[in-house]
Write a protein that binds this ligand. Structure first.
Ligand SMILES: [Zn+2]
Ligand SMILES: [Zn+2]
Ligand SMILES: [Zn+2]
Length: 95
């Protein structure tokens, strides 16, 4: 499963970030805490690969706004739905 998102200058992606109570985008990659690097989310979306439990890249691309799911089918995170991500998704899936 791959998803479309934005990489941050700290080296982590959308799914490792959350908005704090001041509306600021903060990294939670370090077990829920900031990784300590400077966070500036990049505007250009990219296809970020994910891997199955055996380490194989998974081809299916998640629809923007859908989430990664646990094995029981619960959506745990939601991917970005901005115009850039939507456009990239259209581009990939129409190729
Ligand atoms: Zn980070
Ligand atoms: Zn960051
Ligand atoms: Zn986006």
């Amino acid at each position: 499963m791959a998803f479309i998102g934005h990489r941050c200058t700290c080296g982590h992606n959308d799914l490792n970030h959350t908005e704090n109570d001041k509306g600021k985008n903060v990294c939670t990659a370090n077990a829920g805490a900031r990784c300590g690097r400077k966070c500036t989310a990049l505007k250009e979306p990219e296809l970020l690969p994910t891997f199955d439990i055996k380490g194989h890249p998974v081809e299916r691309v998640i629809v923007p706004g859908d989430g990664l799911r646990t094995e029981s089918g619960t959506a745990v995170t939601q991917t970005c739905t901005c115009d850039g991500c939507q456009a990239l998704y259209d581009q990939i899936t129409s190729a």
